[in-house]
Design a protein around this ligand. Structure first.
Ligand code: AMP
Ligand code: ZN
Length: 475
């Protein structure tokens, strides 16, 4: 089995990924979306990078159990349901469905388990009871329960936060502090495990030993991670914003409840910016997958663009970057199609999932880049440099490429099985002309796109446009 190396936020070092459990199964937990609206492309950058990591682990011979939760009870979901005057469950089911549809279009593999916070209230209450019993938590006069930060001296080691400067804790997934009830806490640094019922919660509450209320945001991940993966997990993932306070709080709750180390390896991905700025609705630069599809971009283009930067660096998303991603993907597809022509090769996912671990001879540079701290940009560069050389194809060559495309999650697009079209070789100058025409058309430069279509036709090629892509046919 290949050993994958990955930066660990906890140690600040690149470390080998080795499953701890004797059953050899690598246990991964990733914080999932809050299902109250469309996930934006920043969220998807994080989910896609986690997906590539998971695919890399699978394709290099690890067995993986992957859990990603759904946050379906918090201030944002409760407010959203009230606004639409529907039950919390109906509201979050609607957004969960949309999230799943986006994931499918972006070719993100389904999680092995996708637990919902509202479906695990009992587990969360049980963990809070343990924390109270062990004196790591206390009940406030209003019936809320708080974690006692001073009872866990190693608090803050993951993010290396200066506790002296920590004044209060954000209490929900939108990062807002709950200043109103600060006087109920022993220390303002303590964070909520259970929130006593307030009239603005409407019909959203559960019974608990401390009265009616709902869980705080952080406890859901601790309770569901322990339930589905055990007390110690191998990898925990999330966007860098979750490092503090969410992940610090997850560590504190879980380790105090179980007495065991919670996470061996922390995998945080940097944020996405749009045109050099933080994404926000008010700046009008917050894109969803649906927005980009409306502008004519295919989901695989969005996927390619979002994974193409190194996960530990901020990615600056631009529409011109998306155009470049589209050209790169088309180039890759045509190059592979042309190689494919001489081969019987059809990609086979079963081989990957049966842990067939291939030896890379042609693309060892590309796979090594991924094995060494998930360097996707370097991997893409290596793939193109081999394809731009005098690549001749052949079974093994294509098998390696298929595995790499699977890891990047573009295998369905690149190895699509249209026999008629596969049997025709597309010369590179034709492919280039066609790509320029498509770009001109998308930029609404119709005179130029017509001119290029004419030029293709004179060379014996017809173009057929679809909503998000085009095909080339020889006359
Ligand atoms: P949320 O739905 O807000 O709980 O976020 C879901 C995931 O998206 C978390 O792992 C966040 O850290 C991540 N995330 C939020 N904003 C961004 C962004 N601009 N770029 C990358 N990841 C993000
Ligand atoms: Zn979490």
């Amino acid at each position: 089995m290949t050993r994958i190396k990955l930066y660990n936020t906890r140690s600040r070092q690149i470390e080998e990924i080795i499953p701890e459990n004797p059953d050899g199964i690598l246990r991964i937990y990733c914080c999932g979306p809050t299902v109250y609206n469309y996930a934006h492309i920043g969220n998807f950058r994080t989910f896609l990078l986690q997906d590539v990591l998971r695919r890399l682990l699978i394709a290099t011979g690890y067995s993986v159990k992957f859990v990603r939760n759904l946050t379906d009870v918090d201030d944002k979901t409760i407010r959203g349901a009230q606004k639409e005057n529907i039950s919390l469950q109906n509201f979050t089911e609607k957004w969960t469905h949309i999230f799943h549809r986006d994931c499918e279009e972006l070719n993100i593999l389904d999680a092995d388990v996708e637990p919902k916070a509202a479906g695990h209230i009992g587990e969360q209450i049980a963990m809070i009871e343990t924390l109270i019993r062990k004196k790591h938590a206390y009940i406030a006069p209003d019936g809320s329960v708080y974690f006692r930060l001073s009872s866990f001296p190693s608090y803050g080691k993951l993010s290396r936060i200066d506790l002296g400067k920590l004044t209060t804790q954000s209490e929900n997934s939108s990062g807002q502090a709950n200043l109103a009830d600060e006087y109920d806490r022993d220390s303002v640094q303590d964070f909520a495990l259970w929130k006593a019922y307030k009239p603005e919660d409407g019909d959203v509450f559960w019974k608990s030993p401390w009265g009616k209320g709902r869980p705080g945001w952080h406890i859901e991940c601790s309770a569901m991670s322990v339930k589905y993966l055990g007390e110690t997990i191998d990898i925990h993932g999330g966007g860098i914003d979750l490092c503090f306070p969410h992940h610090e709080n997850e560590i504190a709750q879980t380790e105090c409840a179980t007495g065991n180390p919670f996470v061996r390896h922390w995998f945080h991905s940097e944020h996405l910016q749009v045109e050099g700025q933080k994404m926000s609705k008010s700046l009008g630069n917050l894109f969803t997958l649906a927005d980009l599809k409306n502008r004519g971009y295919a989901p695989e283009t969005v996927r390619y663009a979002l994974i193409s930067g190194h996960y530990r660096q901020i990615l600056n998303f631009t529409l011109s970057g998306l155009d470049a991603a589209q050209s790169a993907l088309n180039k890759l597809k045509i190059k592979i199609k042309n190689l494919h022509k001489n081969s019987e090769f059809t990609g086979n996912e079963d081989e990957i999932f049966s842990s067939k671990n291939i030896t890379y001879r042609h693309f060892n540079g590309a796979i090594e880049a991924l094995e060494n701290d998930l360097n996707i940009p370097k991997c893409l560069g290596e793939i193109f440099s081999v394809l731009n050389g005098d690549a001749t194809g052949g079974e093994l060559f294509l098998e390696e490429l298929y595995f790499l495309c699977f890891i990047l999650g573009i295998e369905k697009f690149i190895f699509s099985k249209n026999r008629d079209r596969e049997s025709v070789e597309i010369p590179e100058d034709i492919a280039e002309l066609a790509a320029r025409r498509w770009e001109a058309k998308r930029n609404k430069n119709f005179a130029e796109s017509d001119r290029l279509r004419q030029s293709l036709s004179e060379k014996g090629w017809n173009v057929v446009d679809h909503r998000e892509a085009y095909d080339l046919y020889q006359q």
